[in-house]
Design a protein around this ligand. Structure first.
Ligand code: AMP
Ligand code: MG
Length: 496
């Protein structure tokens, strides 16, 4: 909602800046979108409209379908395919860039700047062998994931709107083309800096450091570029550590943590075959092309650090090795601090105690051994008030694990004695931390199957539930359930 002294911008008056495109030809290529044939609007995200200063009542505006598929452009748009490179599965690929997406421009609102990035808008100079398109399935997955993570308090790109079309697009099978407008405060990736470093375009690298610092680190904006680069690297290390901690705490696996999918501001970025854990499986691999488990759930913090090393290497043109090492050295303590805080909140522990890490580790071991549903367990624990037998928890754990569960609950009960909050207060806080509704793969698939058959109501339902995942939403219990055995480990294609 705008402040009383601030009014909504009518959709027709939304005017984009194009500061990034104006950086020059080194940074990408102006490219016109190729609109999808016979588009139809699927959904407009009124929460993101509000971020941009648009009136949510204009979600019904007739222009949305054309705006979402690139047939019509917002005033001031300067569609621009951004150039970047990156490390994919550990190997350097110099040929990347926006292959099917275009930065339309930036919106300024409420003291923030938001990039609008049209995904699925046709070929660009960086499309390589690709068709420049995105399919309905992957577009819906991206649309839902941005909302789910944001509502869980984890930084993520989001989407303003989503459209489908009748245009056939070939993946493993024939599908239909779709598009969305991705919204983020920045679309600069680790790979942008790697590109400028490996092509020795050092002036441009300075320019990009200054560009990002002007937006996010104004306190160093007038400092020498080395100082800006150090501040930026420290900022990215911190944001990335917080991001990894957030993913691990909610059970989110990204699936393709290549450096071109890492945001310089620590947003969850580029959604492919991601997955939220059902059963707690530390080694969960959601990407079926990831044969070595490089991007397994429990490998994420390590791989984020690997990616930060790749970024730091790209900064070696600006910073001494000792400074780079010092910046990277911040990662682990920041990760541990952030993760411990998040897990303490999940356990309802308002105070810090030396034994908390062990208590948490013991619980995770129990959940792993018993293949217990991660989110359901924490939701049920939120209602536990120290009285055993604790049927709701037992119901989630196989009988063979009940003894272990009670052993752990004994330690938990002892630990709760040290807390000063009442059991009711603790329960209230835990219910606002441990979600009832989680974007499980089988739910996403249910929504996609319906959408592919022309029914978008399930999408609307899941979207709404995920935007307030801690609320009870009476009548929607079936959306909070664990998957049937057949709904676990659905093969999620990494084609998109
Ligand atoms: P992703 O796996 O989505 O992170 O994409 C990796 C690279 O491939 C990026 O440069 C994308 O722009 C590009 N890309 C992915 N899919 C397509 C496509 N269908 N057409 C053109 N480029 C694509
Ligand atoms: Mg990508």
């Amino acid at each position: 909602m705008p402040n009383s002294n601030e009014s909504f911008t009518p959709l027709k008056d939304l005017c984009l800046h194009h500061r990034y495109a104006d950086l020059g030809a080194v940074f990408g290529t102006p490219t016109a979108p190729t609109p999808l044939q016979k588009p139809h609007l699927i959904h407009v995200n009124t929460s993101v409209m509000a971020l941009l200063g648009l009136d949510p009542a204009e979600a019904e505006h007739p222009d949305w379908a054309q705006l979402t598929t690139g047939e019509k452009l917002f005033a001031g748009s300067k569609p621009f395919a951004m150039k970047y490179t990156g490390h994919q599965f550990g190997g350097y690929n110099p040929d990347l860039g926006d292959g099917r997406a275009l930065l339309l421009g930036e919106v300024e609102h409420g003291g923030k700047r938001w990039d609008l990035h049209l995904k699925g808008a046709g070929k660009t100079p960086y499309s390589r062998f690709g068709d420049g398109r995105a399919v309905l399935r992957s577009t819906i997955r991206e649309y839902l994931a941005g909302e789910a993570l944001t509502a869980l308090g984890i930084r993520s790109t989001r989407a303003l709107c989503i459209a489908g079309s009748e245009e056939p697009v070939a993946r493993e099978k024939m599908e239909t083309g779709a598009a969305l407008i991705r919204v983020a405060q920045s679309h600069v990736r680790f790979g942008h800096f790697e590109y400028l470093f490996y092509t020795r375009q050092l002036e441009a690298q300075h320019q990009l450091v200054e560009f990002v610092c002007a937006q996010f680190l104004p306190e160093v904006a007038n400092a020498p570029v080395q100082e800006q680069a150090e501040a930026l690297l420290r900022f990215t290390v911190r944001r990335s550590a917080e991001l990894a901690a957030g993913w691990q705490s909610v059970g989110f696996a990204h699936g393709v943590l290549n450096t071109d999918n890492m945001s310089i501001i620590g947003d969850t970025f580029d959604f492919g075959p991601y997955g939220f854990l059902d059963d707690y499986e530390p080694g969960f691999i959601c990407n079926h092309s990831d044969h070595t488990g490089r991007y397994a759930f429990d490998a994420q913090p390590g791989v984020v650090l690997w990616n930060l090393n790749a970024l730091a290497h790209a900064f070696s043109s600006l910073l001494d090795t000792e400074v780079l090492k010092d910046c990277l050295g911040q990662f682990q303590p920041l990760l541990i601090e952030a993760y411990s805080g998040l897990m303490r909140a999940k356990l309802g522990l308002a105070l810090e105690d030396d034994g908390d890490q062990q208590l948490c580790a013991d619980l995770l071991q129990l959940l792993a051994d018993g293949r217990v549903d991660y989110s359901l367990f924490f939701r049920a624990l939120s209602r536990y008030c120290g009285e055993r037998p604790a049927e709701a928890l037992e119901a989630l754990v196989a009988p063979s694990q009940h003894e272990a569960l009670h052993g752990w609950l004994g330690h938990y009960d002892q630990r709760l004695q040290k807390e000063t909050r009442s059991a009711q207060e603790r329960s209230r806080a835990m219910l606002a931390t441990n979600p009832k509704f989680v974007l499980r793969n089988y739910l996403a698939q249910r929504v996609i199957d319906a959408a592919e058959a022309g029914d978008f109501q399930p999408l609307e339902t899941l979207f709404t539930l995920l935007q307030s995942p801690f609320a009870e939403h009476p009548g929607f219990e079936s959306w909070a359930a664990a998957p049937p055995e057949s709904g676990k480990h659905l093969p999620i294609s990494c084609s998109s």
